[in-house]
Write a protein that binds this ligand. Structure first.
Ligand code: ANZ
Ligand code: ZN
Length: 847
């Protein structure tokens, strides 16, 4: 406003930066011309680029984490488009899930209404952000045209034996008489009535993720575009262990054996007892009459503990003896069997041989219950020193019969081989990865397309009968049965095979099923005969860049990978991995802590859009830290960004008379003075910005380079007297200045799309700025003619000045020493040493 050539007030009003006005105008205008629609038909011959954000759950309102996520993806999508790619950048809604159902239970709002209203509001907010999204491809997982295909995919898996039913435990509230989702269990209690939640076993549907355990693991090595942290988390989740299964006979019971899984068959001569999991079906078969009461009580107590509690090494070990023994097949020795909750029933065989001398947990347990500890692997550097802690490293076998003196790695092989030869064991690869339990006893999800016929048993719903529609006449808080079972029109149906009476499955699917394939539907969102056309999938998959939160590093990504592998098997997809590159963005913090309702530190996107416009929000959220790191929201910094965008606005608007984008730019070597310097600035900025984006999306340094260019343009660039073209009014357009402004607007287009577009039009750019080609740097001009250097005295910076780039070392040193500003620091002292770093600094050491 205090610009020396400020125009009169009335013009100033028109010419002021008013983001709220231009943003709405540009959004409408881009929409009208369909600027961001993607042609996936194959007619567009540019190379494809698929930019994908993790789609939001429609909770009701956008939060800053969303703003960050979508700004990052949008920046990438726009950048790639300006690079000549045919970019697919879609958006949709992960619209099924528990909160909608809770709203129905608590406030009587139908889940569908609640969800659709939330989608409306959030879509409005997202549109305000100005995303280059093809909204024609929007998917809602709760809409029939989507969940029909989720059901189709369920059946696809079912037909390939990748979906099956088995018994598993669920959380059961005895007061509500209903199954609770994990999220409805808070500290072991029901979210509504605070009663202690029990476990109940029900028949439930599973997807056989373990069928791909090996591929899910080994493919990770191909995913070089994923953060190492994420591949590591996946590796740990799958957790491959190699070892052996060995069968022990039960003493006095010819009819029962117990098979254990161990990664340390080499320690078998040191097994002093055995442990089986409380849930193991062998418990009731083996328990002696004297031990029954204690064992039953213990088993019941276990049901109230979480897996984390059970396996924690901190907690004191608990357990009870079963009153049975097994026989070690190598020694003939009888060892007692215990029940203890540190053994999980779902892993391995649910039974372990315990070797306290070489395993932490067994050691703690043996200490607690006074069980014998027998060392069988010795540290070769500390022979015959008795143990005061378990020895878990490698070593040499002792007291191990014919295997004594073998190095333990070798002993593993020989001991396993021995078991194989004698028919009581074999080598075994064990994964921690479990099959995926997809059944939910909830309403607001995709119905599982299965029928139960009295005569035919389990009958999959025929494809032509899909979708199995979610009924509306349900009672959300019915007791004893799941919500879908309260709709009799839904429940009772005819068997498609025999025409007899049948009942529908009343479970719905985990919402992670919906989100495991949405990126495929975006490619062909309106297909009415298939989930998607394979030819299109071949063309567009894999996703080139996926952006989302680290909280999805395990389950969502694993499940999506599972789906791709399963689909790949029958040629529905060409690649077996969905996401080529993954960026996990950091959190948005406020004053160092996570934004949350309870802390009352939430910054509402709408308020920021109202006050400053979306461009400021986008610019700010990309500017502060690299996208992968956490980011601290500071009100003053937002203000600063807004001021900066105003500065860009003024710089361009006030110097419009100097800009003509059609002027041919003179060759670099014909330029001199300030115009040569500006040419270098422009090209250095292009080069730096492009490199920063390409190397891991360092948007924060992109932003600072843009700031430097603008600073130069608005502060330091002013023609010297000898030049014809200066920033003064009345001068004719200048090609180098025009190039600088044109470039600036193109570089800013992916970050602040509205501002860039408005200014681009104001300076007479042709077509939208968003369909321009990304500028290319003139590599000749990357080196500046001058560089800024510093002079230090005893390591403290005392002066800065410019020297010609590459100035001779001795000349540089002489110039530095004679600088006026440092003379006071040298007076009366002797120079003992001078350090010169060419082009950078001179440090004068004095005494
Ligand atoms: C004997 C032994 C001796 C073991 C020793 C370890 C060290 P990972 O690496 O995770 O696969 N284990 C087996 N099944 C279990 C279950 N269901 N619940 C809890 N623990 C179980 O671990 C494999 C080891 O964990 C197995 O090897 C077994 O203990 C235990 F010096 O067998 B080990
Ligand atoms: Zn039937």
């Amino acid at each position: 406003m205090d610009h020396p050539h400020a125009p009169s007030k009335s013009i100033l009003q028109i010419e002021a930066y008013q983001p709220q006005v231009i943003e709405t105008q540009w959004q409408a205008s881009w929409d009208n011309v369909g600027l961001y629609l993607t042609d996936t038909s194959g007619e567009d011959h540019r190379p494809k680029y698929y930019a994908l954000s993790m789609f939001p759950y429609p909770s009701g309102r956008l939060h800053m984490g969303h703003v960050r996520n979508y700004s990052i993806t949008d920046m990438i999508a726009r950048f790639k488009r300006m690079h000549g790619f045919n970019v697919l950048h879609p958006m949709g809604w992960d619209a099924f899930g528990l909160p909608a159902e809770n709203a129905a239970i608590q406030n009587g709002i139908p889940p569908e209404k609640w969800t659709l209203e939330n989608v409306e509001n959030m879509r409005r907010q997202l549109k305000r952000l100005g995303l280059a999204v093809d909204w024609d491809r929007e998917v809602l997982t709760c809409r029939e045209d989507y969940y029909k295909w989720t059901q189709w995919l369920f059946l696809y898996l079912y037909k390939r034996d990748l979906a099956y039913k088995k018994e598993a435990a669920v959380n059961w509230c005895t007061i509500c008489e209903t199954v609770l989702a994990n999220e409805q269990v808070i500290d072991g209690r029901c979210w509504r009535d605070d009663s202690v939640v029990a476990k109940k076993r029900l028949n439930q549907w599973f997807f056989k993720t373990t069928a791909y355990a090996d591929k899910l693991l080994t493919n990770l090595d191909k995913l070089s575009g994923w953060p190492e942290r994420v591949t590591l988390m996946q590796k740990n989740w799958i957790n491959r262990s190699s070892g052996a299964e060995i069968t022990f006979k039960v003493d006095g019971r010819a009819d029962i054996n117990i098979t254990i899984f161990t990664t340390r068959p080499d320690t078998i001569f040191g097994a002093t007892y055995m442990v089986i999991a409380p849930e193991n079906s062998l418990v009731s078969e083996l328990v002696s009459n004297e031990n029954r009461a204690a064992v039953d009580a213990y088993v019941e107590e276990t049901q109230r503990k979480t897996e984390i509690e059970r396996t924690s090494t901190e907690r004191e070990k608990t357990g009870v003896p079963l009153g049975a023994s097994v026989i070690n097949p190598y020694t003939g020795e009888k060892i007692p069997v215990w029940v203890a909750d540190y053994v999980l029933n779902e892993y391995g065989t649910g039974a372990v041989m315990a070797v306290p001398a070489h395993d932490e947990r067994d050691w703690a347990f043996a200490q607690r219950f006074n069980l014998p500890i027998r060392e069988v692997v010795q540290n070769p550097d500390a022979l015959n020193i008795s143990l005061d802690a378990p020895y878990t490293e490698s070593g040499v076998l002792v007291y191990s019969g014919p295997f004594s003196n073998l190095p333990n790695e070798e002993a593993k092989k020989q001991i396993t081989q021995y078991a194989e030869e004698h028919g009581f064991g074999h080598e075994k690869i064990q994964y921690r990865l479990r099959d995926w339990l997809v059944s939910r006893q909830r309403y607001w999800g995709t119905p599982i397309p299965i029928l139960y016929c009295d005569k035919c048993g389990v009958v999959p719903v025929p494809d032509e009968d899909l979708p199995v529609r979610l009924p509306k006449d349900v009672d959300f808080s019915a007791k004893g049965i799941s919500p879908l079972a309260t709709s009799s029109s839904f429940l009772h149906t005819a068997c498609p095979t025999c025409g007899g009476k049948a009942q529908r499955e009343t479970d719905t699917m985990d919402t992670f099923v919906d989100s495991s394939w949405y990126y495929l539907r975006y490619i062909d969102p309106k297909n009415e005969t298939k989930p998607f056309e394979p030819a299109l999938i071949h063309q567009w998959m894999p996703v080139d860049q996926y952006v989302g939160g680290i909280e999805h590093a395990i389950l969502h990504l694993m499940y999506s990978r599972f789906f791709m592998m399963a689909l790949n098997e029958s040629g529905w997809t060409e690649s077996d991995e969905p996401f080529q590159n993954l960026l996990t963005q950091g959190m948005v913090l406020k004053d160092g802590s996570k934004m949350s309702k309870s802390k009352g530190n939430i910054v509402e996107p709408d308020e920021i859009f109202d006050a400053y416009g979306a461009d400021t929000a986008r610019f700010f959220i990309l500017s502060d830290s690299p996208p992968q790191a956490d980011f601290d929201w500071k009100a003053s910094a937002v203000e600063g960004c807004h001021k900066f965008l105003n500065r860009v606005w003024r710089t361009v608007v006030d110097h419009r008379h100097l800009i003509n984008l059609d002027l041919p730019v003179p060759a670099y070597d014909t330029l001199d003075g300030k115009r040569r310097e500006l040419y270098q600035w422009t090209n250095r900025t292009i080069h730096g910005v492009t490199k920063d984006i390409e190397s891991d999306f360092q948007f924060n340094t992109v932003v600072s380079k843009i700031r430097e260019l603008v600073n130069y343009l608005s502060r330091d660039y002013d023609g010297d007297e000898s030049q014809v073209n200066t920033l003064q009014e009345g001068n004719p357009p200048d090609a180098v200045y025009s190039q600088a402004i044109g470039t600036l607007l193109k570089l800013m287009a992916p970050i602040t799309p509205h501002l860039a577009e408005e200014l681009w039009q104001k300076v007479g750019g042709s077509g939208s700025v968003h369909i321009q080609s990304w500028p290319k740097a003139d590599t000749q001009a990357l080196e500046s003619d001058t560089v800024e250097v510093v002079v230090q005295v005893n390591g403290k910076i005392r002066d800065k000045f410019h020297i010609p780039n590459g100035l001779d070392k001795a000349v540089f040193e002489a110039q530095a020493k004679s600088r006026e500003r440092i003379q006071p620091y040298l007076e009366g002292l002797t120079i003992v040493k001078v350090i010169v770093v060419p082009n950078k600094l001179v440090n004068i050491v004095v005494k």
